[in-house]
Design a protein around this ligand. Sequence first.
Ligand code: Z5A
Length: 203
Amino acid sequence: MIEGPEGAGKSTLVRWLAGQLRAEGHHVTTVREPGGTPIAEAARKLALKSRHDRAFGAELFLFLAARADLVERVIRPALENGQVVIADRFGLSTLAYQVAGRGLPRADVEAALRVATGGLSPDLTLILDVPVTVGRERQRTAGKVKDRIEREDDTFHARVREAYRSAFGPGIAHIDASQSKKAVQDAAWREVAAITALSMRGA
Ligand code: Z5A
């Protein structure tokens, strides 16, 4: 999984990693959260584009509804087919945005997350770290229209960044994404190569 704050370079890295792995003969499925199935795309629209105000709990369950459908209809079948799955965001996004950002209770969100994923967890999570201002400037330069969450203020995004920076555990690696794309790709490839030696399924 590729994680990190807005504008960190996740989508760019997912495309590059998929190309590299395919060139090595792997079958690769890429997904972007929230989205990837009709239900998940509908939930994405509601979560990110709808003008209607919503409770933070409602926002949480829109992201989780999207994830549950994506896991069952796309990710699990791909893994069962022996494919490598690379996701642009997954469960850590929910902990960073809905727990650290919105202030929802962590234990409750973790329990709901387990329902959404059926307990599926990534072999490798690469967290791309950039200062909030750098990520925002990259999005601005790329001409991205801000979604509901991107319109939150800098203190919200600082909490999100800190949540990512303090995430540790098996299979989690941090990459300084304020470096050049090439340096980020090299760092990511070192992590992927290390895990490939064990098992590429579910990365
Ligand atoms: N969200 C949530 O709250 N809870 C959840 O559970 C989930 C999501 C799953 C999804 O937004 C929103 O949903 C997100 C969190 C929330 N909102 N926020 N914030 P999204 O999918 O539309 O977008 P994003 O992931 O936030 O942002 P992004 O702009 O797509 O960022 P990115 O994928 O990390 O960056 P990028 O598109 O690869 O690169 C952005 C630009 O920077 C582009 O022009 C690149 O060429 C450039 N770039 C990339 N790498 C570099 C380097 N290394 N140097 C210089 N320039 C670079």
